[in-house]
Unconditional design. Sequence first.
Length: 112
Amino acid sequence: MTHLIHIAMAPSGQNPEGSLVSTLVMFGLIIAIFYFLILRPQQKRQKGKQKMLDAIKKGDKVVTAGGLHGTVAGLDDKTVLLQVSDNVKMKFERSAIASILKESEPDAKDGK
């Protein structure tokens, strides 16, 4: 049995430094691919969402992550007060805002 272990552990005649370099190159490529396909796009999305949340102002029409539509009635550092009906206001975390709705153009029946 020990004879088999010695045969398995015997050097195969290859340069061990060459295999170390190729292993390091492969790990470097995997890390680079991981960065460009996963980490970088996630960081871009996160920066875009933070920019959108910082741009919220009173009077904006927004949609929350839960699908609730409302108009911004007040702002704090971390919270947003949304008016969802005539006498109904609800307080949400800023991070709960999923999107800001674009204002529609004036109606054609205004004559302008």
